[in-house]
Design a protein around this ligand. Structure first.
Ligand SMILES: [Zn+2]
Length: 291
């Protein structure tokens, strides 16, 4: 059994994954608060708690998807924003070895979500294609697949959330101005809907029924999305773009109508919030094969 972890800024998701008679079975996903406001020690306590929930003699290792840039060769966070304070330089492999005598393999959470979708989800039918992914969650994650997840030496390839969308726009947590994340993340959409006095619980339902304010609001979102995809396409030409994250779930049955007519083949990701867990496992198994 492998304990699979998705370490995010607000919560840690954890699930046991077993291979029985050649069939991979994903257990129930539990959640633990990340405690990021308590700094590095708070995060490590939360991580320990999540692992101990499933720790047993059958545990073979720990697979991790983590926010921040992650060096997959060493399973170390090479850069974390203030979303995970104090975690830059953190070595998952060493931590899991010293505390649990278990091996660990880690990768970036957005890359993990894409890998999960390619191996177990909506991406399975596009394995021979070039696939970009946008995860529209509390932030905006990105990834690019071409015969595998494309990564470079700094392990921050495909950070599409931090492409400049609006010149001199809103200041992003990364320090730059006008990043995609400031306009297309769940947080940004809630903020803008509130500013326009739109009930965000019914944002997309009322768009579908033609409410003028909602139509105007969603057309602006569509324009942001098209501009983002144009910019992604310029440097990472893709055949398919998978879109996942909380915003895709929020659009629900209106997803196809909102994302159609933008000039790209856009497909909704299918693993929801568990994509990172699936990808962490796929990465772990792959690393095993390589040895
Ligand atoms: Zn940014």
């Amino acid at each position: 059994m492998v304990i699979c972890i998705d370490l995010g800024a607000t919560e840690i998701k954890v699930a046991p994954v077993e291979k029985i008679n050649g069939i991979v079975t994903f257990g129930k996903v539990d959640k633990v608060s990340t405690n990021a406001n308590e700094g590095k020690q708070g995060i490590l306590n939360a991580l320990t708690k999540a692992i101990e929930m499933h720790l047993c003699p059958q545990t073979e290792g720990i697979a991790i998807a983590s926010a921040g840039d992650v060096d997959t060769a060493t399973s170390t966070i090479t850069y974390a924003t203030d979303n995970l304070p104090g975690m830059t330089g953190f070595d998952f492999a060493r931590f899991c070895n010293e505390r649990f005598s278990l091996k660990a393999r880690a990768l970036n959470d957005a890359h993990s979500a894409l890998l999960g979708e390619m191996v177990y989800g909506a991406g399975k039918q596009f394995l021979d294609k070039r696939v970009a992914m946008l995860t529209l969650g509390s932030g905006v994650g990105g990834g690019f697949y071409r015969n595998g997840i494309v990564a470079d030496a700094t392990n921050d390839y495909g950070r599409f959330g931090h492409i400049c969308l609006v010149d001199n726009g809103i200041k992003c947590t990364c320090g730059k101005l006008g990043c995609v994340e400031m306009y297309l993340s769940g947080r940004a959409i809630h903020r803008d809907a509130k500013q326009m006095g739109i009930d965000d619980g019914q944002l997309f339902d009322k768009y579908a029924t033609g409410n003028p304010d909602n139509v105007q609001f969603v057309e602006q979102l569509r324009d942001y999305l098209k501009q983002t995809l144009d910019k992604v396409y310029m440097v990472n030409a893709f055949d398919v773009c998978l879109i996942g994250g909380g915003v895709a779930d929020w659009m629900a049955q209106h997803f196809d109508s909102i994302t159609s007519g933008l000039g790209y083949n856009i497909v909704r990701a299918s693993l929801g919030n568990s994509a990172g867990i699936y990808g962490a496992y796929a990465h772990y198994i792959n690393s095993e094969d390589l040895q």
